[in-house]
Design a binder for this molecule. Sequence first.
Ligand code: IPE
Ligand code: MG
Length: 236
Amino acid sequence: MKLTAKSIHPLPNHVAIVPDGNGRWARKRGLPRVYGHREGIVNMLRMIQYINEHPIKYVTFYGFSTENWNRPEPEVKGLFALVEEFVDKHLEEIKQKNIKIRHIGRLDNLPSNLQNAIKKAVALTANNNGMTLNIAWNYGGRAEIVDAVTSYVKDKNKPQQLDEKTFANYLYTAGIPDVDLLIRTGNETRLSNFLIWQTAYSEYYFTEVLWPDFGKKDIDKALLEYSKRNRRFGGL
Ligand code: IPE
Ligand code: MG
């Protein structure tokens, strides 16, 4: 039987993806790293479409971390330009598919063109009620926790009122359920400050496949493995 995610049970409700390996994909072909990022975006769109054909309600992509500012300026600028291009070219299509885009991360220190592109993507899809696509851009898990504490305190909350559920509502991901399955491509087995609160009980799946090469059969493999995991959440 041909492997297809449609026959896999249970599927995760929330999949988070660290699409790693774009730079290496390009270098292997003797191309500048930014070509890898371009191909990475093409693949992200393919994956969004594929995941959207399944009853998976939330997908979160790690696009740019608070630590990625340490990369050479041309690469950072190249990545920012690709996002604006993505919004220009593909927002309408995403909107038509009833996908709701959310941004998680800090907007304020991004260039204003990029801020506007992100705001536009969020605003234009705000009333969609199909799959939610979270884009982590200028995102850091520790920054998110610090920002949550800051707004909790600003709201004049009392410490004794704080519990995990209340706290989660101050995170960028307020209202979005915890991650069920975290996939990282590109042969690195670390979390890199991604969704550190939301992945406390996630299932992790790592693969050597570089992100631009990660196709339908690769995600099917990850989903199949997920369906076989025994999740106990600390119970028996
Ligand atoms: C991941 O690919 C994409 C982003 C972090 C934006 P990398 O750029 O990390 O590619 P490698 O790991 O150097 O191959
Ligand atoms: Mg990398």
